[in-house]
Design a protein around this ligand. Structure first.
Ligand SMILES: Cc1cc2nc3c(=O)[nH]c(=O)nc-3n(C[C@H](O)[C@H](O)[C@H](O)COP(=O)(O)OP(=O)(O)OC[C@H]3O[C@@H](n4cnc5c(N)ncnc54)[C@H](O)[C@@H]3O)c2cc1C
Length: 394
């Protein structure tokens, strides 16, 4: 734990100790079974709520723990080591649904919704992606029409984490056209009874997470934040949710290299194995430094578009490489489901795709110099350049 650069106060240390115990006693013993069942029990979210994991950064006045982003990043990393599907669901709940309501909700909305989300009584989902709109967030087709003091939302959402089990969803939809003929995009709060769950999408990794397809048909919703600012809100929220996983795969590989004997000595004596372990250790360290640097800047209230995107890109690509090396070091045993090594690689792969792909999240130094006002310009000039070439709406 990097305490020199980012000293943690007593409250943060106590919280991380609770998270560690929760992961070791409640999560690790069940992880293989949950992965096999492709389902997480509802109670595990309630238990996570009891130790403050369902509202880590949210202010105390709304039932949150009011912790720093650095502390939350350590907590998600620690839980990810035990079971990534649960860590992802909890991270998404905190960063996306809770995060967006906390950042952009009215005082009344915060008081009404946040305490139930931060306590773990409710799970929050977040719906941006659609069958025809992934990286191109400007191309969403879900529509919202005003009806007096509320809105009616109609459309489909795809790949929504916790979608079918979420009690509340933050939904991004179009509310008309802008003056320059682009989609006007706004954010909404919608309750579970307005959502038609279509199906669970069975995934390569993160199998216990309820990755869902959802439909809305004139579903009642209330607007969240200013009309027409939904895309900027979504991109701001995504900036705050970048985390990496790989430590579990590395620890296993490191121990195995000392235990497994071939040709009369531990395989860890062979330089080829040592190189793999050293590369993994180096990439893990760099991922942690970059992630915690971005989290630290967020704690200072700085704009972290470049740092978040760089940390997300580097940490997620590294996690896949580290898990792949761990499989290689474990040889044939890694390929069997007797060990969780293949699960680590499956789970890590999502990190290079979810919350923007590696290509879409790719930062460049031009990003930090961009004077453009649109959030996308600052986030990913590489993506916006190809969007211009491809003529996609964004
Ligand atoms: C398990 C899981 C959970 C998810 N959870 C959520 C959730 O809770 N809420 C939510 O809203 N979404 C969620 N998503 C969706 C996720 O954010 C999208 O899958 C992701 O944004 C990519 O969109 P896409 O899958 O449509 O790929 P596409 O956008 O179709 O991309 C396909 C390929 O084209 C590349 N590409 C596309 N555009 C460009 C460009 N301009 N320049 C260069 N390359 C480009 C991409 O990098 C990729 O390689 C989840 C996805 C998964 C798999």
């Amino acid at each position: 734990m990097m305490t020199l650069e980012h000293p943690l106060d007593d409250e943060s240390r106590a919280f991380l100790s609770d998270v560690e115990e929760f992961g070791r006693t409640e999560v690790a013993p069940n992880a293989d079974q949950w992965d096999h069942d492709e389902q997480l029990p509802r109670e595990i979210f309630t238990k996570a709520g009891k130790i403050g994991m369902m509202g880590m950064v949210a202010p105390k006045e709304y039932g949150g723990r009011g912790l720093s982003y650095v502390t939350a990043a350590f907590a998600v990393k620690g839980l990810g080591k035990q079971y990534a599907s649960l860590a992802m669901d909890i991270a998404a709940h905190n960063a996306l649904a809770v995060g967006q309501i906390n950042m952009f909700g009215t005082e009344e909305q915060k008081r009404k919704y946040l305490p139930r989300l931060t306590s773990g009584e409710w799970i929050g989902g977040w719906g941006l992606t659609e069958p025809n709109a992934g990286s191109d967030t400007g191309g969403i087709e879900t529509k919202a029409d005003a009806h007096g003091d509320h809105w009616h939302v109609s459309g489909m959402k795809h790949f929504i984490t916790s979608g079918r089990v979420a009690d509340l969803l933050v939904v991004i939809a179009t509310t008309g056209r802008t003056e320059v003929g682009k989609n006007e995009i706004s954010a909404f709060i919608m309750m579970k009874d307005q959502v038609t769950p279509v199906r669970k999408i069975h995934t390569y990794g993160m199998r216990a997470s309820e990755t869902s397809e959802l439909r809305f048909t004139n579903s009642k919703a209330e607007i969240l934040g200013e009309r027409g600012r939904g895309r900027e809100q979504a991109l701001t929220v995504l900036d705050r949710g970048r985390i990496g996983i790989a430590e579990a795969a590395f620890d296993r590989a490191n121990s195995y290299a000392n235990e497994r004997k071939q040709f009369g000595h531990p395989i860890g004596n062979v330089q080829a194995i040592q190189w793999m372990l050293v590369d993994s250790a180096m990439e893990m360290e760099a991922s942690e430094v970059m992630t915690m640097h971005a989290a630290h800047l967020q704690d200072q209230g700085a704009n972290t578009t470049k740092e978040s995107a760089m940390a997300k890109l580097f940490a997620s690509e590294s996690a896949v490489k580290i898990c792949d090396r761990s499989m290689q070091i474990h040889g044939g045993y890694s390929y069997s489901r007797d060990l969780p090594i293949e699960r680590y690689l499956r789970d890590a792969k999502l990190c290079t795709i979810g919350e923007r792909t590696s290509e879409g999240a790719a930062p460049s130094h031009r990003a930090s110099c961009s004077q453009g006002s649109e959030a996308t310009q600052a986030r990913s000039p590489r993506a916006t350049q190809s969007e211009r070439v491809g003529g996609q709406a964004s």
